[in-house]
Design a binder for this molecule. Structure first.
Ligand SMILES: NC(=O)c1ccc[n+]([C@@H]2O[C@H](COP(=O)([O-])OP(=O)(O)OC[C@H]3O[C@@H](n4cnc5c(N)ncnc54)[C@H](O)[C@@H]3O)[C@@H](O)[C@H]2O)c1
Length: 455
């Protein structure tokens, strides 16, 4: 894919472009979380001079001390990047020295399930005073089409000290402009099958020069940059990907409930359907959606669609089906206990896995949190084990104050409930030592035992 469009670059863009291409550019990454930290490390590894910015002093202090706070990122990787010049800071004035600034801040939902763009707004306000002529600003946070143009650009234009304007479409300016693009983050935490640098990077500039600069920036660390014609198209690409996932997961979740009722093994069916060499992509059922993306992002589009008098029915229906899954799991535990002449009320349940998916240390929106709440409401005594969480305290929507229980003496529990299928568990051994295992992930695939109830 060519890096340059046909548009001649003005001098201020050309200097930045050349530094990006030579990997001598200075990159500022704002928001050093699950997305921003690995991204900073990729840029650093490729030779760029990277400075990470965050308002969370504990993260900045950890990084400056060469420590990691994300399980799958070893401290050695941070220390190696430090040797190559990686720095972390809370001092936003250092942004003025950057060639490109990339924002990776949260985009959650409010309590009323509406887009909470306060992080993007606050970050844009924090960037604006330090903005320099010719700088490229890229938003990576997942959001609805129009955020970059309608929300971010006006804040950057209004707040900068030099009266700079975003480069307008079709009229390259020699002076007084900055460049803006959107590029969605496509990381799949815990996925070891695709190397991160091999995931094509979609870029959409506010106009062509910004697209050129952004494509050049990301081609320094990703094998392919995929250009789209606007920031809106890039924003929508990410939402299409996540809505596609959300809707298909809802479909298999619904078909799982039906199949189990019919006595058909849905996992066997999915494996068989996956042998079709075209037209079928497998999705797997589970205890409900989790993470910062799939349960949230589709509702960014539903909200925006209302501005166009449009009702996103697939999104609403998928949300309804997926949100019902934790209650379905609890109902399945109750039924399984009933078969053993036990009531859920008063039963002792050990829940395996708190993370929203296997082999990661991310608890955000995890269905395990709702499942614990529902089990407790029914009077069960719930304990948990998760190798990634020694304790679970309080978060945005929960206050559990629990400590990890070892996977020992399993016969003391009325039920062992598998919510997250971490690879660390020895499922054969767990089944052998438990009285009853309710499995919401098909983690016990291939193990034959009357003690297993799949749900
Ligand atoms: N986590 C993923 O797997 C993933 C995948 C694809 C896309 N995304 C998207 O990427 C974005 C970031 O997600 P994340 O998982 O990295 O979030 P995160 O919560 O792990 O990290 C965000 C970081 O931003 C910092 N921050 C918040 N406000 C700030 C401000 N005003 N200035 C500077 N720093 C600030 C926070 O302190 C935090 O360190 C979200 O929009 C998310 O939807 C995430």
């Amino acid at each position: 894919m060519s890096t340059m469009s046909e548009v001649a670059l003005p001098q201020i863009a050309r200097e930045r472009y050349e530094r990006l291409e030579a990997r001598t550019a200075k990159i500022g990454v704002i928001g050093l979380g699950y997305v921003g930290l690995p991204l900073s490390l990729l840029f650093s590894e490729a030779g760029f001079k990277v400075t990470g910015f965050d308002i969370d002093e504990t993260k900045v202090t950890s990084l400056e001390a060469g420590r990691s706070y994300i399980f799958r990122i070893p401290a050695e990787e941070i220390q190696a990047a430090q040797k190559k010049g990686l720095r972390a800071t809370t001092d936003f004035s250092r942004l003025s020295d950057m060639d490109a600034i990339i924002m990776c801040v949260p985009t959650p939902l409010t309590g009323h399930r509406e887009p909470d763009l306060s992080y993007v707004e606050n970050t844009s306000r924090a960037v604006a005073p330090w903005l320099q002529e010719g700088q490229l600003v890229v938003l990576e946070s997942t959001t609805y089409p129009g955020t970059t143009e309608e929300l971010m650009i006006p804040i950057l234009e209004a707040g900068n000290k030099g009266g700079l304007k975003v480069q307008s479409k079709g009229d390259p300016k020699e002076r007084g402009v900055f460049y803006v693009a959107f590029s969605p983050e496509r990381e799949d935490p815990g996925n070891t099958t695709v190397a991160r640098h091999n995931i094509p990077k979609v870029v959409g500039g506010h106009e062509e020069i910004a697209t050129d600069l952004a494509a050049t920036l990301y081609q320094g660390i990703f094998t392919h940059a995929v250009r789209v014609s606007s920031t809106q198209a890039a924003e929508m690409t990410k939402l299409l990907e996540n809505i596609y996932r959300c809707v298909n997961i809802a479909l298999v979740n619904e078909l799982k409930v039906l199949s189990l009722r019919m006595g058909v093994d849905i996992w066997e069916v999915i494996d068989a359907a996956s042998t079709k060499p075209f037209g079928f992509h497998p999705f797997y059922p589970g205890p409900g959606l989790g993470g910062h993306c799939i349960p949230i992002d589709p509702f960014y589009l539903s909200w925006k669609a209302k501005e166009y008098d449009f009702n996103t029915r697939f999104i609403e229906l998928a949300g309804e089906v997926n949100e019902a899954m934790p209650a379905y799991v609890v109902q399945s535990v109750s039924k399984a206990l009933n078969q053993h002449k036990k009531a859920l009320n008063g039963s002792k349940v050990l829940m395996l896995g708190m993370a929203y998916k296997k082999d990661i240390d991310d608890l955000r929106e995890s269905p395990s949190l709702t499942i614990i709440e529902l089990l407790r409401e029914e009077g069960a005594e719930v304990l948990y084990n998760d190798p990634y969480f020694p304790t679970v305290g309080r978060g945005r929507h929960y206050n559990l104050n629990m400590t990890c229980t070892p996977v020992e003496n399993l016969d003391q529990y009325d039920c062992v409930l598998i919510v997250t299928d971490h690879s660390d568990y020895d499922y054969q051994d767990i089944v052998a030592k438990s009285k009853l295992v309710v499995d919401s992930r098909n983690a016990t695939k291939g193990i034959k035992s009357p003690k297993i109830v799949r749900c």
